[in-house]
Design a protein around this ligand. Structure first.
Ligand code: PMP
Length: 404
């Protein structure tokens, strides 16, 4: 107690009343930081040794446990050691980083690419400097937190429009000076709701109002487009999108991220983007893993075919059973609950019954739209989907959350 009194400064005074997490811990439904002691497969082992069906992962291609990727990572560790001890700008660039950037550029279909150490730092480091004073940045109001933080750091005027509402976007654009730089930024696949950006309409508006467009493909790569090239490729609009962002942490079984664009834009970012210049480069093992995953993605299109087979099966079954799943068109299936306490309870009951799903509450969604997020991987079987749906159906039925 004496120690506590001693450290009671202004900050401690301010935060001592923040007890929301403790409230949920006390109720036994706190759903975060659940410890896993195995690989991120379709079945994981938790700290108590229980086997849990994993439907809370972003590894859509199911690759993090692939032996070829693990071997490539091992080889990079042996050759380059554990870390590069510096930023890409100075001592931290390996031939491996350059190889990955070149291959991503070719795969995505852009002139040049920069690799960062996380996807979050791509959005933060790109948006903060790609537009500046006198420019405008216009975001969908459900864009990812990293886009929100990146735009906040830029000196551009910040505007947003209602989620996927093209009339609202046009209303915003129509007021802006024709000659000014105006960047529209969207998630290609919205990470919590699983719906897609209306890219064809956005590109039409781009031309009508003289704008530029950036698409975050975090959840598009490995899922949409030829050999998983993403939503821009899916719509055949890669050339129309000025900047394409992606991460290595989901379908590419690693960690890190990239920005792809034309030579001149990348030249600007390479020399101004602060999370690229002032942060250490991605580790050799992580870089080699992403590179190997990229090769597998292109060699084995059947993985994505299977992902869609099991996704379509799950979508159909959830709809038939009366779950409210919104407008999803992807392996991200939101199961709407519309109440924070109930969302945590569903998560906990599902976990105890052997199904790992994630709760989504504000600020990750609108307050009235809380949900549990069920996500598929290429390695899931229909039998695993059936097992999970039976468990979830009982929980949702008992809580009166299914449509009649
Ligand atoms: N953009 C979107 C849409 C995301 O969902 C995420 C990760 N949740 C990121 C960016 C950040 O990527 P990373 O986890 O690789 O930092």
């Amino acid at each position: 107690l004496r120690l506590r009194q001693k450290v009671m400064g202004q900050l401690q005074e301010k935060y001592k009343s923040y007890r929301t997490p403790q409230k949920f811990m006390k109720a036994g439904v706190y759903p975060y930081f659940r410890e896993i002691t195995s690989m991120q497969g379709t079945e994981v082992t938790d700290i108590d040794g229980h086997k849990i069906l994993m439907f809370g992962s972003n590894a859509y291609t199911g690759l993090p446990s692939d032996p070829r990727i693990i071997a490539a990572s091992h080889a990079a560790l042996d050759k380059y050691g554990t870390g590069c001890a510096g930023s890409r700008f100075l001592n931290g660039t390996l031939d491996l980083h350059i190889k990955l950037e070149k291959e991503i550029a070719k795969y995505i279909g852009k002139e040049d690419v920069l690799g960062y150490s996380t996807g979050f730092s791509v959005n933060e480091g790109v948006l903060s400097v790609v537009v500046g004073r006198g420019d405008y940045i216009i975001c969908d109001d459900r864009d990812h937190a990293s886009i929100v933080d990146g735009r906040r750091l830029s000196f551009a005027t910040q505007l947003h429009y209602k989620h996927n509402d093209m009339e609202d976007l046009e209303r915003v654009l129509a007021k802006l000076p024709h000659e000014a730089i105006k960047l529209i930024v969207v998630d290609g696949v919205f990470s919590m709701e699983g719906d897609l950006a209306k890219l064809p309409q956005i590109v039409e508006l781009k031309h009508k109002y003289n704008c530029s467009v950036m698409v975050d493909e975090a959840h598009g790569i490995g899922v949409f487009g030829r050999e998983g090239r993403g939503v821009c490729d899916h719509f055949g609009l890669t050339d129309e999108v000025d900047l394409i962002m992606g991460t290595f942490s989901k379908s590419l079984a690693s960690i890190g991220g990239f920005i792809a664009s034309d030579f001149d834009t990348i030249n600007w970012l390479r020399h101004t983007s602060r999370t690229y210049i002032f942060s250490a480069s991605n580790s050799p093992a992580a870089t080699a893993a992403a590179l190997e995953a990229l090769h597998i993605l292109q060699k084995e299109p059947e993985r994505i075919e299977h992902l869609w087979d099991v996704t379509n099966y799950a979508l159909k079954r959830f709809r038939e059973e009366g779950f409210e799943i919104g407008d999803t068109e992807s392996p991200i299936i939101p199961l709407y609950v519309h109440d924070v306490d109930k969302t945590f309870l569903v998560t906990k009951l599902a976990y105890d019954a052997g199904v790992f799903i994630n709760p989504v509450i504000p600020p990750a969604c609108a307050p009235q739209d809380t949900l549990v997020r069920f996500a598929l991987m290429a390695t899931h079987t229909k039998d695993q989907v059936d097992q999970a749906i039976e468990i979830l159906k009982k929980i949702f039925m008992d809580m009166d959350l299914l449509k009649k």
